[in-house]
Design a protein around this ligand. Sequence first.
Ligand SMILES: [Zn+2]
Length: 274
Amino acid sequence: MRTLILFLSLLLPLSALALPKESRVPGGVALLPLKGINTAHLPSTWYRSNRVMVIPSINTEFADQAKWVAVVGIPLSAKITEQQHVRSEGTSFYFSIQDKAYEAQYLTVPNKRHVDPNPEDVARWQRERTKMNKAFVAWSEPSQPVTTFGLPTQGPFSSAFGLKRFFNEQPRKPHSGLDIAAPQGTPITAPAAGIVVDTGEYFFNGNTVIIDHGFGLTTLYCHMSRIDVTEGDQLKPGDIIGAVGKTGRVTGAHLHWSVSLNNTRVDPTLFLSE
Ligand SMILES: [Zn+2]
């Protein structure tokens, strides 16, 4: 067995970096080799008004094409008729996207204010959204970039990312994360290293944690029964951050897990390492 491991480690460089699965669709991820950008420093790269993750191409499938690879989150609202534009160190890169048909989902939530919030609820939600948006644009540069995740809790996927949603028959924003159904109290763990950049008890999201994994990659955990971390906590993969619950706008206990790249919520399943 030891000989086999030694043999495999000679074939696979230990530092090989697994990239997210590429999917050039609304809600997906584009992997863009930044051909011609040969800076020694991390190239400053932007999509729309957000800074974009860039990683060295060494030990990736793009190693012979470019020195750097941009990992770009594409919003669900992106139009397939428009060329997508990334700027890096004064150079423009363009790519096109394909359509993806997301299914509709009809949910009935018991608390009517979670469907038709009163003006006070709206004001509260706007304050909370501003606070969370600050966390989503966090930019840090850890020595080891995070590009894939394990699952943060155990359970069946109960709602996919991107579903067109109707609450009590009224159209609302599409589903910006992946729902994992699990009994109340099931531990939720950090799926990769990161820093806690926001916690709160929010109108729609209930008890919430946001983790910054670096280079514009953040993850969001909602509807928790309890929060076990505070802002500034440094997390290792597997550290417990809290437990599954049913706080906020829910139909039952589950974890809502969002993955955000360049302040854009994308399909979390593209990042699963298995
Ligand atoms: Zn959800």
